[in-house]
Design a protein around this ligand. Structure first.
Ligand code: DQQ
Length: 726
């Protein structure tokens, strides 16, 4: 026979308990026959008492709470240990509502009733826990069943509630993340058409390649914050080198040989069309060691998953070299003997002052052996991120696949000089017979001559785009502000605009770099002006356009000067920056300074000047200096105020001096004379924002200049899709 239950709504229970303080109602008791078959508890008189449904709280109602329970039924016992029925309430009917309620009270000051009076309070928690006289086994088993039922019900509830809570929690986290990224993207110095991760720190570009319709860009990334550390390979893809989609990081440190970080490396497309990446692992013992990874699924054009090669590491530091200075494998190439080769950056000599590129060979692309140095230059320090590739001598803009060698090409050795934090390149001949590199000019050797960029640009990496038969270059552009500022804004560094790179066939010593043609897909509205005369001391505001996202092309008529006196271009590589640092766009020193102010307020409180200056020092010929000056870019304190610059090659038949300036909020990339010289600056205007950011043409020289053609486009923002698993 089932026990009859009485349910008392908690409101009533509490109400009566509280309103009748001092008068404690009797608990409701059901009386069950001895032979109920439910293992009832017997008292001394052969009767079983079961208190059901409710227990009155103590008169001190402040110390009790009400909780509903699924089922509750228990017996009361006198404190002397003899079960004795308490005063019974009205008989219960079996079809009454069975929703039970129970109140837990602090019973420490209460006692059970006696024959002479009602119980002061129903039950002590101790008696519920059975610490007093234990009930008989049959009752215990019924209680056990009910407890089990309660556990099952609770488990079912939890099984429903926990997933809901998890979903809500993760939705909340996603919303928070989206809000944070929205805030980061809204920040005034965030770029709009340069590649950046959603947040945090980024440095070197790694393993760029074209694969099955997608350009892949990997990069050094700290998922934990806006400073260098915890480095993994971030990954993004693009179909046009302009708009990007972030993917899940490609490589994380999880093996002894890379547990402290996945450092820079390169991709190689094997003859069967499949890609492989080589990278530097920073090992558990803090040494640098080279490893390999392959796509888990070559039919996935997004190459979302990478597997580390089981034979890793594949190249260790050779005897006599420093395992702390051994990193950044290049794309591999195949020599005439069919053997694979690649370079690893290192240094040698006392105090490591000899920068060097170590040559490794492999027959099968599985194991790699050190053979010799391909090239070294004394005094240049550690060489990071070497790059070694052919450039076509044919005069076309065409690039060459990395394994091409012979008379149709020259070779470029690029190194990132750790001591100087600049990317230097040298054009020369790759002598395949003995695997050496001979620079065209010893004055222009790697680390002492030409730079890709005379501003902020480092640890760059090129790749051959087999889709368009061109070579593309990406570089890391660091910030010009403080670490604290980066932490505050939640990100640090941008990637340069991808540049097409080819040999200047007029010198065969120099490269030309220019923004990839696809960038013009971002062109919006434009204005164009012809033949604007800039008298001495003129500042001409460009009407009809302003802002922080611009593509500016300006050509100036060649100043009146003796071309015969122009210095040989190959000697003009370095030392321009010293000149720019000593000068200013205000100086009045002959032909120039003349050029363009961008991100300029009307009162010139803030401006970034890009300008030419024709220089002639006694006993020397003419040189044409070009500067990009950060010193007046912002009224904010604690910024790098360097004025970057270099000399630019000008030929006898050049009709114009030209600038192409990409302005993108906090980055200004300038391509001079069609890309013979490139200078990148980082600037953080406080007032020169949006409609208050103007463009001026100016001439502070002593002779008039004509801006023969000025065309300025507003640049649209790129689509950069956040990472999602779908
Ligand atoms: N950055 C990587 C190194 C590389 C350096 C570490 C160059 O592999 O030498 O983040 O910026």
């Amino acid at each position: 026979m089932a026990a009859r239950r009485k349910s008392i709504p908690s409101s009533r229970l509490c109400e009566s308990s509280i309103s009748k303080a001092g008068h404690i109602p009797h608990p409701v008791v059901s009386r069950m026959p001895q032979s109920s078959g439910h293992g009832d508890v017997r008292d001394g008189e052969g009767e079983v008492e079961t208190l059901m449904g409710a227990v009155a709280p103590p008169s001190d109602s402040s110390s009790y709470i009400s909780i509903p329970v699924a089922e509750l039924e228990f017996s009361t016992y006198r404190s002397n240990g003899n079960p004795k029925p308490l005063a019974a309430g009205a008989p219960l009917s079996s079809n009454e509502n069975t929703t039970p309620y129970f109140s837990i009270a602090d019973h420490s000051n209460t006692s059970l009733g006696t024959d002479d009076g009602p119980p002061v309070l129903g039950v002590s928690p101790l008696s519920i826990a059975g610490k007093q006289d234990a009930p008989p086994a049959s009752h215990r088993s019924r209680n056990l069943n009910r407890a089990l039922l309660a556990v099952v019900v609770i488990a079912l509830l939890l099984a429903v509630l926990i997933p809901i809570a998890v979903v809500l929690q993760s939705r909340h986290a996603r919303n928070e993340e989206a809000r944070r990224i929205f805030e980061i993207r809204a920040f005034k110095h965030r770029t709009a058409f340069h590649f950046q991760p959603d947040k945090n720190w980024m440095n070197d570009p790694n393993g760029p390649m074209y694969y099955q319709g997608y350009y892949h860009l990997f990069y050094q990334y700290n998922p934990e914050g806006a400073v260098w550390g915890n480095i993994i390979w971030g990954h993004a893809v693009s179909t046009d080198l302009v708009n990007w989609r972030h993917l899940e990081p490609a490589l994380k440190g999880d093996q002894w040989y890379d547990i402290r970080g996945i450092w820079s490396g390169s991709a190689t497309i094997l003859p069967d069309g499949s890609p492989v990446v080589m990278y530097t692992g920073w090992s558990n013992a803090s040494v640098q060691i080279q490893s390999m990874a392959l796509p888990a699924n070559k039919s996935d054009p997004l190459l979302r998953q990478w597997l580390k090669a089981p034979q890793n590491p594949v190249a260790e530091v050779p005897a006599g070299y420093n395992a702390d200075q051994f990193r950044d494998p290049t794309t591999a190439w195949k020599g005439p003997d069919g053997v694979w080769r690649l370079l690893v950056g290192a240094n040698a000599g006392e105090s490591g002052t000899i920068g060097t590129a170590l040559l490794y060979k492999s027959l099968d692309f599985q194991t790699w052996n050190f053979t010799q140095r391909l090239h070294s230059v004394t005094g240049t320090g550690m060489w990071e991120c070497p790059d070694f590739y052919p450039v076509s001598l044919s005069g076309a803009l065409l690039g060459a696949e990395t394994s091409v060698y012979g008379p149709t090409v020259k070779h470029v050795l690029k190194i990132s000089a750790n001591d100087m934090k600049h990317d230097y390149y040298s054009v020369g001949t790759y002598v395949t017979g003995n695997d050496t590199f001979l620079p065209e000019s010893v004055n222009l050797d790697a680390g002492i001559g030409l730079r890709y960029d005379y501003g902020k640009f480092y640890a760059s990496k090129s790749f051959f785009d087999q889709f368009k038969s061109r070579r593309i270059l990406f570089g890391w552009v660091n910030e010009s502000n403080t670490e604290d500022a980066n932490i505050h804004k939640g990100w640090a560094s941008v990637m340069s605009i991808p540049r097409q790179v080819w040999l200047d066939n007029r010198t065969t010593t120099d490269l030309i770099q220019y923004p990839v043609e696809e960038l013009t897909s971002l062109h919006g509205r434009n204005v164009s002006y012809e033949n604007v005369t800039l008298e001495v001391g003129a500042f001409v505001k460009v009407d009809g356009i302003s802002g922080n996202q611009l593509d500016i092309e300006v050509s100036f008529g060649m100043p009146n000067m003796s071309r015969a006196a122009l210095q040989p271009p190959e000697l003009l590589a370095e030392f321009g920056q010293l000149e720019c640092a000593q000068r200013s766009s205000d100086g009045n020193t002959g032909i120039g300074p003349f050029g363009v102010y961008v991100l300029a307020t009307d009162d010139f409180q803030e401006l970034t000047a890009i300008y030419f200056q024709v220089l002639q020092s006694p006993g020397e010929g003419l040189k044409i200096l070009v500067c990009s000056d950060q010193s007046r870019s912002s009224v904010a304190p604690n910024l790098d105020t360097a004025a970057f610059g270099s000399f630019v090659r000008v030929y006898d038949d050049d009709q114009f001096l030209t600038l192409r300036i990409l302005v993108d909020h906090s980055i200004v990339e300038t391509f001079v004379q069609g890309g013979r010289t490139v200078i990148t600056s980082r600037v953080y205007p406080e007032h020169a924002l949006d409609d208050a950011a103007h463009i001026f043409l100016f001439n502070n020289g002593t002779a008039p200049i004509t801006a023969t053609m000025t065309t300025i486009w507003n640049m649209n923002s790129i689509h950069i899709t956040e990472f999602s698993r779908t």
